[in-house]
Design a protein around this ligand. Sequence first.
Ligand SMILES: [Zn+2]
Length: 126
Amino acid sequence: MDRFEQYLSWPQVKALNAIERCRTVALGGHRDQCDRCGHQTISYNSCRNRHCPKCQTNARDKWLAARQQELLPVDYYHLVFSDEHLRAILEFFDLRRLTTQVGTTLLEILEKQLPYVDEFINSIPH
Ligand SMILES: [Zn+2]
């Protein structure tokens, strides 16, 4: 990594050094013991850098599990757009008039996929 340091910012070098040393003898270790059976294991310490995939995997998995508990048993779609972008798309393509080869307007397709799209589109001031 030394030969690439000239191309990296200090935070990047710091993160890479932490990731390189994570859970190795370089950061030391600790002994864990089971409260029930007394079994012991020795583990290397983690770097706790927010960019480290080893350290953040557990946190990410916990966060995902917590979010999945909040989900309803339905299909989800994630759309991110601004009012101005949607209006520009509608005006440019005129979705209410565009028709596919099977005679379905693109708006009808969107309505089937995303029931609230039509309500949202109609709520935009003309
Ligand atoms: Zn780490």
